[in-house]
Design a protein around this ligand. Structure first.
Ligand code: NAD
Length: 302
């Protein structure tokens, strides 16, 4: 049984808001903080106690969960005179669920260890719907001991909690997975565009390719062509789902990591360029599978 009972939750946006609500449902006493008064008021309605600062939220708590936009926000909230390191009680556990660059995740974890705190990076797969349903997939980076503690904390928000490796490995797993997802989505979309130009019926192409060597998740679970996969956003006007702007963010993080690590990822770079183009044409708020509309020339017709 976990001895962690009190939680501070910092960052109550589209994801963090419903995640904090699920922590309350999971039986934890949750003290919440966000710069947005609206987000804070909603958290109160969901059963959280509202704090007026990071320091007030984390003071005396067993664990701290953060769900913030990017690395710079995470560095600011953890570091600094009124930050988490300065205000948390000795021995508290930190779980950063934000999607951020690998280097920031490693730097913040190193600082946490220097202050004798346990910390994991625990980014998620799954969007707002999964955050609300408590069915997120967590990819966790940290020591075995920190992972074991974090498992029971993340459980009320999770479908799966997997240990990726040491600090930063959760972020690495997330961006490598999403780089692959971006590439396979573009490849799948191109195949449907070409199939149709060659006079193939999309459903027949799907029936053949999904049972042949072209089979992949972007085709069989999230098909960008309307029709073959009823639950895919293609059948719902490409409403996200997973917004193309979020995919672009992850592809940028992957390229940044690839450059820092000296890895050659030319298809990842091309996927980033194509999603940046899609975003600049107004596709950012569309589901990422909507890139098929750009590739087929449908976007320009609007
Ligand atoms: P969001 O912009 O809706 O929420 C971020 C929240 O952080 C905002 O409410 C903001 O006010 C708050 N914030 C920023 N700086 C703060 C500070 N200094 N102190 C307190 N609060 C602060 O973003 P989101 O969609 O909830 O995403 C959060 C993270 O989850 C991002 O890293 C994103 O990449 C990742 N993510 C998002 C999705 C998704 O579908 N939205 C899916 C998977 C992962």
């Amino acid at each position: 049984m976990s001895t962690i009972k009190t939680i501070a939750f910092i960052g109550l946006g589209n994801m963090g808001g419903p995640m904090a609500a699920n922590m309350v449902k999971g039986g934890f006493a949750v003290t919440a903080y966000d710069l947005s008064e609206t987000a804070l008021a909603q958290a109160k309605k969901n059963g959280c106690e509202a704090a007026q600062s990071v320091a007030e939220a984390v003071s005396g708590k067993d664990a701290v969960i953060t769900m913030l936009p990017a690395g710079k926000h995470v560095r600011a909230v953890y570091g600094g005179a009124d930050g988490i390191f300065a205000s948390a009680r000795a021995g508290a556990l930190f779980c950063d669920c934000s999607t951020i660059d690998v280097q920031s995740a490693r730097d913040v974890a190193t600082e946490a260890q220097a202050h004798s705190f346990d910390m994991v990076d625990s980014p998620v797969s799954g969007g707002v719907a999964a955050a609300s349903a408590g069915t997120l997939a967590f990819m966790v980076g940290g020591s075995d001991a920190a992972f074991n503690k974090a498992q029971s904390v993340l459980d009320p928000m999770a479908k799966t909690v997997l240990h990726a490796g040491g600090n930063g490995a959760g972020q690495a797993a997330k961006i490598c997975n999403n780089m692959l997802l971006g590439i396979t989505m573009i490849g799948t979309a191109e195949a449907f565009v070409l199939a149709k130009k060659l006079g193939l019926d999309p459903q027949r192409f799907f029936d053949i390719s999904s049972n042949a060597s072209g089979q992949n998740w972007s085709m069989t679970s999230y098909c960008p062509e309307p029709g073959p996969v009823p639950a895919s956003p293609a059948n719902n006007g490409y409403k996200p789902g997973f917004a193309a702007a979020m995919m672009l963010k992850d592809l940028r993080l992957a390229q940044e990591a690839a450059q820092n690590a000296g890895a050659s990822t030319p298809l990842g770079a091309e996927a980033q360029a194509l999603y940046a183009l899609f975003d600049s044409l107004g596709g950012g708020d569309t589901d990422f599978s909507g890139i098929i509309q750009m590739l087929s020339g449908e976007m320009n017709k609007a």
